[in-house]
Design a protein around this ligand. Structure first.
Ligand SMILES: Cc1cc2nc3c(=O)[nH]c(=O)nc-3n(C[C@H](O)[C@H](O)[C@H](O)COP(=O)(O)OP(=O)(O)OC[C@H]3O[C@@H](n4cnc5c(N)ncnc54)[C@H](O)[C@@H]3O)c2cc1C
Ligand code: SF4
Length: 448
């Protein structure tokens, strides 16, 4: 039987504290009692999975914690992760009516975290979701073990279908395990949620197996064989590796892709930052802010984010930048990195930048910035090459094309969801797309 990996101690993420620790029962009831239980509540409309927020908050206020968890998990099987990682400031909490009166909005994420963590720890996930249906004899293959596939697999299993997840990495969970900033969720917390989904039964995880188009070698399975051997296929491929700048001196020690570096901070005990006093992060999105913030929390004295436009143009959330700045991250705006500099021994010594207008370099003296580490957070490539194995599945601009109401692709047996479809959103979007896909799959496979 599959055993989830046990992550070794000594990983850098273990040094970073949880910034919104779980409420105590007393704190949760006090916060829940502030909710006005609005009719047509704007917080519900702002939740991509449509959780009945006033309903679960009311249950917390009456000490019905298991009932609150049931209300959450009915709409969002990964409600524990989402409670910790959702950008609530721009979703439910941002929509709470208290904001309009200049008062502190309800801490919906922390209440959700309290309810799901408490109830699942005491009863397990299986007792908090609808009773599992009798086996149907149908089986579904899911490619990738990120939140899209894990949520879809759990929902399919509850309907009596067998779900088999193929994951190319040794550690499952996709970016929810390997990418989330440690101050929001640790890799072990993400794995614990997967453990509960596997415990529903009829969910099998094959880690270290990459699904490929064409003939499969060792550690691979061919997409074509999945089409033949399974009643349906779900593609939860996520995105591909970090993009490179293509500047001179980029190749070599000291220059990392941000997603690769975050993964190592979370799971690789061999990564050490000894000797790194100054770090530069290139980019202005959420991944850039996350890695800059993490490096600062890990003790790097000077962490600069170099962004080619102005702060107002950044795609990263303003509240995340504010947190990162509070810990000392600084922003260098309107600069484009033109080259990386290295010493005679090949060691990274820094980079050069040009002034930028509208994101493009303009003529002038290059400026130098000394550093021992660079993280490139300028986007991720797409990872949809395997789609070729499924005739009729279309890929446009690197994303799998689906009908957004059903998440159906152009192949009648293939559905898809999450980052590989939406181009890279949040965990909660991956869960919602998985939900829509499963709803439609059930119609195709038989079931409700
Ligand atoms: C640095 C970073 C921080 C983030 N922080 C947040 C956050 O705070 N809050 C939030 O809500 N969202 C956050 N996100 C986004 C969130 O993690 C993603 O939206 C979510 O994980 C997408 O889920 P997914 O299942 O679609 O893809 P992924 O999580 O990427 O999972 C896809 C999985 O498929 C596997 N795979 C791919 N191809 C194959 C193949 N051919 N065969 C087998 N396996 C395959 C991959 O190895 C991977 O495990 C963050 C993203 C990044 C990069
Ligand atoms: S909008 Fe705010 S006050 Fe109203 S139901 Fe939602 S959380 Fe409660």
């Amino acid at each position: 039987m599959y055993q989830l990996p046990v992550l070794p101690d000594g990983r850098l993420e273990q040094r970073i504290k949880d910034y919104k620790p779980a409420y105590s029962p007393g704190e949760a009831v006090t916060e829940a009692n502030r909710c006005l239980y609005c009719v047509d509540a704007p917080c519900v409309k702002a939740c991509p999975t449509g959780i009945d927020i006033p309903n679960f908050i009311h249950k917390i206020s009456t000490a019905n914690v298991a009932g609150a968890a049931r209300t959450i998990l009915k709409e969002n099987l990964l409600g524990t992760s989402c409670a910790r990682v959702c950008p609530v400031e721009v979703l439910c909490v941002g929509a709470c009516v208290y904001n309009a009166w200049g008062r502190e909005p309800i801490a919906i994420g922390r209440l959700q975290r309290f309810a799901t963590e408490t109830a699942i720890a005491s009863q397990g996930l299986a007792k908090l979701v609808t009773a599992k249906k009798a086996p149907t004899g149908k089986k579904v293959a899911l490619v990738g073990a990120g939140p899209a596939s894990v949520a879809a697999a759990g929902l399919l299993a509850l309907e009596g279908h067998r779900a088999v997840i193929f994951e190319k990495k040794a550690v499952p969970g996709g970016l929810n395990t390997l990418g989330i900033a440690p101050y929001k969720q640790s890799a072990n917390q993400a794995l614990e949620e997967i453990r509960h989904v596997l415990a529903l039964g009829d969910v099998e995880l094959k880690a270290g197996v990459e699904v490929v188009a064409g003939a499969a070698g060792a550690g691979q399975a061919s997409g074509e064989s999945l089409l033949k051997d399974y009643d349906a296929v779900f593609l939860g491929l996520g995105l591909g590796p970090d993009s490179a700048l293509g500047a001179s001196g980029e190749q070599g020690a000291g220059v990392y892709g941000a997603v690769e570096l975050i993964e190592r901070i979370k799971v690789d005990p061999k990564l050490v930052l000894n000797g790194v006093k100054r770090a530069v992060v290139v980019g202005g999105g959420n991944t850039a802010i996350d890695i800059a913030h993490e490096l600062k929390l890990l003790g790097v004295a000077d962490v600069a984010m170099v962004y080619r436009r102005g702060e107002q143009d950044m795609s990263g959330y303003a509240h995340e930048l504010t947190h990162a700045r509070k810990h000392g991250v600084r922003l260098v705006e309107q600069r484009v990195v033109t080259a990386f500099t290295r010493g005679a021994d090949g060691k990274l010594t820094g980079l050069t930048m040009a002034r930028a207008e509208n994101g493009k370099p303009v003529a002038g003296e290059p400026e130098a910035l000394s550093c021992e580490l660079v993280a490139l957070a300028i986007g991720q490539a797409t990872g949809t090459a395997v789609a070729k194995a499924f005739p009729g599945v279309q890929v446009e601009k690197g994303s799998v094309v689906v009908d957004p109401k059903t998440q159906r692709t152009g192949h009648p047996k293939v559905w898809s969801g999450g980052d590989c479809v939406n181009g890279g959103k949040e965990v909660v979007n991956a869960v919602q797309e998985a939900k829509l896909a499963v709803r439609d799959m059930l119609r195709a496979l038989g079931g409700k």
